[in-house]
Design a protein around this ligand. Structure first.
Ligand SMILES: [Zn+2]
Length: 505
């Protein structure tokens, strides 16, 4: 077999010489011979034939959500990380940790009233099994957006998987790099017709229900969430109290409540931390309830995290700590982990931060796979919705993914109709719009800078979500149920099935 491979490699090199292919490319460094592809295909088939469906019930479920992580985001992040690896063959061949999970399905993300959804109805679909309207969290679609009546809202609450888990005596946690009161984490524990009602200062007069932060601290099921880690401190602190990190700024609550103190009062053996030092000092064996709020608003992008004044844990570190605390419960646990800022970087038209936050999500999933038992833990990785992000042109293998398009065998960059070079990555809309007559030609140095905004076709202040399907990756008990093209609500059904919960009850 090896002889055969060598002979083919040599044959290919000779063919290249005869054809006058002279440039040093990925193929010269690590030849992808015909036999290489046939062998890797055979290996993939062998691995697929060995797959057996784990039909047992799960003890634990971990749900990872990459907010706004459409398929093009995953592909570009895979190449970006791949191009940093010493033995890469261009980077395209690399896989993020969760791309190696054995089961995959597609998820249809439209909401009850919108073709292209926002994070409130999509997370409601994932965590309750029911689609609802944009802007609404874990209430059904008969409730109007920003409905004020407590009676109406309470009559149409949807039971979340996290609430069911608490009722059954499991431990539960939510982790996010966004404000913990932001749509994706909030759909797990709050019920509201207005996703923006994060503190009482955000709630308009006449609304009969509590704000989202208050709903988290007053959570009525089981013994409350065991782990809450993310950003959004201002939503928990009164507007008279200075922030512990940004001491020149205050909380935003008008009702005078310090909800971090209420959290401590509610729970025995509980801890509240707001910086990296406090986080690192936590002994997971001693703490039953952990609240960590590491920024006044959203936490930093992974790229900017080292610059934080008070210090912040990474998504990977928060995931590891959450698993350590939750796994002490013999009955099991449910944990939701959100990479919340992939979405926000895309809205800013900034691919670099969206992709580096996606790579950090891959790190967090890898850590979770290491720290759990695949036989009893269902791990799901998905997105709530996509973005208008594209990977286009005909760049050669190994062309820097953040760079300008250079086609195979060409010395010069590819040019558009106006004679200007263009990037592989772009958006259908957003703030990176440049007039067609823009006189300055871009350089790779500019486009690969972390702050570069990729070009967009339609000028908008903020880039928008997109309506294309997103991927569901899974491993562990009942993971084999993920197949085909499914409604987003199917994710809830598989999690409920795996934990033996009655859907909707
Ligand atoms: Zn968004």
């Amino acid at each position: 077999m090896n002889d055969m491979k060598n002979r083919l490699t040599i044959a290919l090199m000779l063919a290249n010489l005869l054809l006058g292919v002279s440039h040093v490319s990925w193929a010269d460094k690590n030849p992808e011979t015909p036999q290489f592809w046939l062998d890797s295909g055979i290996n993939a088939i062998e691995a697929a034939e060995k797959l057996t469906s784990n039909k047992k019930y799960a003890k634990n479920v971990i749900l990872f959500v990459g907010d706004g992580m459409g398929i093009s985001t995953i592909t570009a992040a895979r190449i970006l990380e791949g191009q940093t690896l010493p033995d890469n063959r261009g980077g395209e061949e690399h896989s993020l940790s969760f791309e190696r999970l054995p089961y995959v399905a597609l998820s249809k993300t439209y909401s009850a009233n919108q073709q292209t959804p926002d994070s409130a109805p999509t997370m409601t679909a994932i965590i309750t099994g029911v689609k609802t309207n944009d802007g609404e969290l874990s209430v059904d679609g008969t409730v109007r957006h920003q409905e004020k009546s407590a009676e109406v809202i309470n009559a149409h609450k949807l039971k979340t998987l996290l609430e069911q888990a608490e009722e059954k005596g499991l431990s539960t946690g939510v982790v996010s790099t966004a404000r913990i009161t932001h749509a994706t984490p909030a759909a797990c524990y709050a019920h509201t017709s207005g996703r923006d009602w994060e503190s009482d200062a955000d709630v308009p007069a006449g609304v009969g229900i509590n704000d989202i932060a208050r709903q988290l601290v007053d959570f009525p099921y089981g013994n409350g969430l065991e782990v809450v880690l993310g950003g959004g401190r201002e939503k928990f602190l009164p507007n008279t109290q200075p922030d512990p990190e940004d001491t020149d700024k205050k909380g935003s609550r008008k009702d005078g409540l310090d909800l971090t103190q209420q959290w401590l009062n509610h729970h025995p053996k509980s801890v509240y931390v707001y910086n990296k030092a406090g986080f690192d000092a936590i002994d997971a064996r001693q703490v039953d309830h952990l609240l960590g709020l590491f920024e006044r608003s959203h936490m930093h992008y992974e790229h900017d995290r080292p610059n934080d004044k008070g210090g912040e844990p990474s998504l990977t570190e928060m995931t590891a700590k959450a698993i350590e605390i939750l796994s002490r419960n013999k009955k099991g646990y449910f944990l939701m982990v959100e990479a919340g800022r992939i979405d926000q970087a895309h809205h800013e038209g900034n691919a670099f931060r969206a992709l580096t936050d996606t790579v950090e999500l891959s790190n967090a999933v890898r850590k979770a796979l290491e720290k759990t038992d695949n036989r009893n833990t269902l791990i799901i990785v998905t997105a709530d919705h996509s973005h208008t992000f594209t990977i286009a042109g005909y760049p050669e293998r190994g062309n820097p993914i953040l760079g300008l398009v250079k086609e195979p065998g060409e010395v010069n960059l590819a040019k558009d109709k106006n004679g200007n070079p263009y990037t592989t990555l772009s958006y259908a809309n957003g703030p990176g719009y440049r007039a067609a007559t823009s006189p300055l030609a871009l350089t790779n140095e500019e486009t690969m800078h972390p702050d570069f905004l990729q070009a967009s076709a339609v000028p908008l202040a903020r880039e928008t979500h997109a309506a294309d399907d997103v991927v569901i990756f899974a491993t562990g008990p009942k993971a084999y149920l993920f197949h085909g093209v499914q409604e987003q609500t199917y994710i809830y059904q598989v999690m409920a099935k795996a934990l033996k919960f009655k859907p909707g009850r």
